[in-house]
Ligand binder design. Structure first.
Ligand code: ZN
Length: 223
């Protein structure tokens, strides 16, 4: 969103003039000074891409002249800061898509064509070691919004994992990009939203993948 439109939207909601400054530093995420003639707001550029509920909370903060930030805005800042830490440019030389058994790029391309009309633009890579060291945790895949990167755990590069299951994990991570998360009024980060869950069921082998997961879940703790 452009700064001008952003400013107009905030002014419209709070019904007063604001002087807005966008900063790009790590120290001042948000500062509001309420002065008689105008309100001075300095905020990090992360707010330019804030979802509607955060915009509303922000406007409310500016309007009510209450210096306490509401939990949803705090949570948003925290989440975004984590993301900004990743933003050091993605080194594409370090992405590995061709595995021993599965070619992630090929699977990703198929899924993109089949479910997203080829319109999703993400990178994908294997990460981790074939044999996991930690036994207590099972993470098949991750998605990093800041770098637009899907990461699939290398333990899945094995014939033990059926292709439809690997595809399901890739599809799930891609959905994280398509169905954006949000913060609810309590400041909780809602990731697997109703929209997300509905779309997840559109996966061709959704039931098969879940059956396989349920049947094999205990195995992961013994590998
Ligand atoms: Zn997820």
């Amino acid at each position: 969103m452009s700064i001008l439109i952003f400013q107009q939207e905030i002014e419209e909601t709070v019904k007063k003039k604001i002087k807005l400054r966008i900063n790009d530093n790590r120290s001042t995420m948000l500062s509001v000074k309420w002065e008689p003639d105008c309100t001075r707001v300095s905020m990090h550029r992360m707010f330019l891409e804030a979802p509607k509920n955060i915009m509303d909370a922000l406007a409310c903060h500016i309007q009510t002249e209450n210096s306490n930030l509401c939990p949803s805005v705090k949570a948003y800042i925290e989440e975004k800061l984590t993301a900004f830490d990743y933003s050091s440019k993605l080194n594409e030389n370090r992405l590995h898509t061709q595995g021993q058994v599965y070619d992630l790029q090929a699977l990703y391309n198929e899924i993109n064509t089949k479910y997203f009309a080829g319109e999703v633009r993400l990178k994908i890579t294997w990460y981790g070691k074939v044999h996991r060291r930690k036994k207590a945790q099972v993470t098949f895949g991750l998605y990093q919004e800041a770098t637009k990167l899907v990461k699939i755990h290398r333990m899945m590069d094995s014939t033990f994992f059926p292709e439809y299951f690997v595809e399901f994990v890739i599809y799930h991570e891609m959905l994280h990009h398509v169905c954006r998360s949000y913060y609810d009024e309590k400041g909780n980060h809602r990731v697997h939203t109703d929209e997300f869950k509905k779309k997840e069921q559109e996966f061709e082998h959704f039931e098969l993948a879940n059956l396989w997961m349920n049947k094999n879940y205990n195995n992961f703790f013994m590998m």
